[in-house]
Design a protein around this ligand. Structure first.
Ligand code: PMT
Length: 400
């Protein structure tokens, strides 16, 4: 059921930790390789020696043990799934708020794999509004909750909050991974590169040339693809939007040149490329090292700009197996300009949005687009949320 699956089991401080040697035993029996992480509080309920014996692996209780540093980023990328079981109210709260004071939280924050969480606590703690808000928060980050059961709790009270039985957790993990594999097999794309957000072209240490892109359109595309099991590299310009979802590797960049370098580095391995970023076509010819001072005797100032690489056009020329989708943000003669971009940039599709449509384009939560391709008439979509636009774009290009 779990043959060759790599599982991180993160054990936190709850009485239910006493069940984890049995949980590990069953995971290993199903063929999984298990790496156990523990918080210090967890060690009050179960011994690291028991867990290392059943997992046949060293147990990590800290980011470093003796003189050895455990690479939490590598661990988060190594695993097929991270399972936090039991997850105490305290650890749940830390996950919801991004705290990072132990190895479990460090690996959780670095994890690019799906994260499954099996909470365990007394009923009053479980139903407390702050715990329930934290549950919702971590679900909104794309994590999955393995619902606790009703039964006898550590306090002696009968109620909700008991960690799911090891057998149920193992079945849940196996079912979850099987479903993910099914979705992956259904999607015709395995790896996708998305660009999103603006670029900032530095003028001096305090000023830049930029634009109003928020990154929302590209993030919605990345999230939709990741939900289908596609491994997404999201090259993201400066934005205040945050992205945290298993399956999305975020590469932050600032300038067009940086965006180009990051896209070029991964382009060959991609089978789908969607460029929704608003890239500056030009950058200042020179970047002043010190703040440019106002010269009192000058009424105007001329900036010399040089051309940036056209990322879409350059990758379009290198295209082998990739399906390439560009965007076009237009203000006049929209269809004509978008059609010209399809040819000039050697793209398979251009998604046109116009600043003349209310609710479309920069910064909004909605967009109104028309998809242009060489062999079909323009496909016009209504004004809808960027999440729905993303779903429609991906469905359309997958069918074409
Ligand atoms: O980020 P949001 O606030 O959600 O807004 C979304 C959006 C309006 C930014 C998005 O929907 C969009 O239209 N993105 C493309 C904006 C744009 O710069 O269009 P363009 O017509 O200038 O560029 C055409 C295409 O070439 C785009 O795919 C662009 O990413 C690409 N390009 C442009 C210039 C350049 N030097 N390199 C590029 O790759």
């Amino acid at each position: 059921m779990l043959t060759n699956k790599k599982i991180i089991l993160a054990v936190t401080g709850s009485i239910a930790a006493y069940k984890t040697p049995e949980l590990v035993r069953q995971l290993v029996k199903q063929g999984a390789e298990v790496q156990v992480l523990m918080t210090r509080a967890a060690a009050d309920f179960v011994s690291p020696l028991s867990l290392s014996t059943v997992s046949k692996n060293s147990v990590y209780s800290s980011v470093s043990d003796n003189d050895q540093w455990h690479n939490h980023v590598h661990l988060g990328r190594w695993a097929d799934v991270m399972l936090v079981a039991p997850c105490s109210a305290n650890s749940l709260a830390k996950m919801a708020h991004g705290l990072c004071d132990n190895i479990v939280q460090a690996v959780y924050l670095s994890a690019t794999c799906p994260v499954l969480v099996a909470p365990a606590m007394d009923e009053d703690m479980w139903i407390h509004p702050s715990t329930q808000a934290n549950v919702q928060k971590i679900q909104s980050y794309g994590n999955t909750i393995i619902e606790p059961e009703h039964g006898e709790l550590a306090s002696g009270i009968i109620g909700a909050g008991r960690m799911a039985d090891p057998e149920r957790i193992v079945q849940f993990v196996a079912g979850f991974l099987a479903q993910k594999a099914e979705k992956q097999a259904l999607s015709i794309y395995k790896k996708a590169l998305i660009t999103a957000g603006p670029t900032y072209e530095k003028l001096d240490p305090v000023r830049f040339i930029g634009n109003y892109s928020s990154g929302k359109m590209g993030i919605a595309l990345a999230q939709n693809l990741a939900q289908q099991g596609v491994a997404v590299t999201l090259v993201l310009g400066p934005t205040k939007e945050t992205v945290s979802m298993p399956g999305i590797t975020v590469v932050k960049v600032e300038s067009a040149q940086e965006m180009y370098a990051q896209c070029e580095a991964v382009f060959e391995e991609m089978d789908l490329v969607i460029m929704s970023a608003a890239v500056a076509d030009f950058r200042p010819a020179e970047q002043a090292k010190e703040k440019i001072k106002k010269k009192e005797d000058l009424d105007h100032m001329t900036l010399e700009l040089v051309k940036n690489p056209d990322i879409l056009a350059t990758l379009g020329q290198k295209k082998t197996k990739q399906v390439i989708v560009g965007f076009a943000l237009e203000t006049n003669n929209e269809l004509e300009h978008a059609q010209a971009k399809l040819v000039k940039k050697n793209a398979d599709f251009i998604v046109l949005n116009s600043l003349n449509d209310k609710g479309a384009g920069f910064g909004t939560d909605t967009n109104k687009v028309t998809i242009i391709s060489t062999n079909k008439p323009p496909y016009e979509l209504p004004l809808q949320s960027k999440a729905d636009v993303a779903r429609e774009i991906i469905n359309y290009i997958s069918r074409s």
